[in-house]
Design a protein around this ligand. Structure first.
Ligand code: 6PG
Length: 248
């Protein structure tokens, strides 16, 4: 799997996030140019504070035909929309409120259901319908990775990973990163992507990066290794600190 990964290392986190925003923009532009629309899956965490503001502002903002975009979430923290931890809320604040998109283009996880299984079932249907409308592909999946190697809300050795199989969406309980209740796209969904971008910064993630890119490794221990789209590319964008343990 490792030979399919493209790895780029940047001097510092600022140049890393700039490059990630530029790559995302270029890929969305090309997708929209070819097919007239694009489907993107967004993650939370530092992407919301570091990457999305770059997309929301000139010059990149003006290069994307926003009304042709549909937005899914790679994962969501199962807290109400008005909770500070809600990824959709943070994505609105940093990106979606600043670009010409309308509510019909944005597909948040419905975290207002008391039963998260119900929200997951609805998200499964929406994701399946969107994929069908986009010839079976996400155009871009933007992902981060935690120091433990999790991506989206796919945590190492978590029981939810074992049951993921063909589902597109899973409920994740007892996640080690708070909040404990989450909903995530599965590797099956993420592997429809034409481009997966992992954006990873910081020395605390260096060991997990090295394990993710090593010759061998179990995807259950390193969930990013389960992301290898058969018809797409995987691009790891790292800063120097994040890359510091590769080949060590
Ligand atoms: C979330 C995520 C999660 C995140 C990584 C990296 O809960 O926010 O979707 O997978 O992308 O934990 O987060 P940082 O980039 O903030 O370290």
């Amino acid at each position: 799997m490792t030979e399919a990964n493209i790895v780029r290392v940047y001097e510092d986190s600022e140049t890393l996030y700039r490059a990630a925003a530029e790559l995302t923009t270029a890929h969305l532009k090309a997708a929209i140019g070819e097919r007239g629309r694009a489907l993107v899956a967004l993650s939370g965490g530092s992407l919301t504070s570091r990457l999305y503001p770059l997309l929301a502002n000139p010059p990149l903002r003006d290069q994307i035909d926003w009304p042709t975009l549909s937005v899914l979430f790679a994962d969501e923290r199962y807290v109400p929309f008005d909770h500070p931890d809600n990824t959709c809320r943070a994505t609105h604040q940093s990106l979606l409120d600043h670009v010409p998109v309308v509510a019909e283009q944005i597909f948040p996880v419905a975290t207002y259901y008391r039963d998260p299984e119900q929200a997951a079932a609805i998200y499964q249907q929406q994701t399946a319908a969107l994929l069908q409308a986009h010839n079976g592909h996400l155009d871009v999946a933007l992902l981060g990775m935690g120091p433990d190697g999790h991506t989206a809300s796919l945590f190492p050795r978590h029981p939810a990973l074992l049951t993921a199989t063909d589902e597109l969406v899973i409920v994740v309980r007892d996640a080690p990163k708070p909040p404990p209740l989450r909903i995530s796209l599965t590797p099956t969904a993420l592997n429809t992507a034409r481009l997966v971008v992992f954006v990873v910064s910081g020395a605390d993630k260096a060991a997990a990066v090295a394990a993710a890119l090593a010759e061998r490794g179990d995807p259950l221990d390193h969930p990013t290794r389960a992301i290898h789209p058969p018809a797409g590319r995987v691009c790891w964008l790292l800063d120097r600190a994040g890359a510091s343990a590769i080949d060590a």
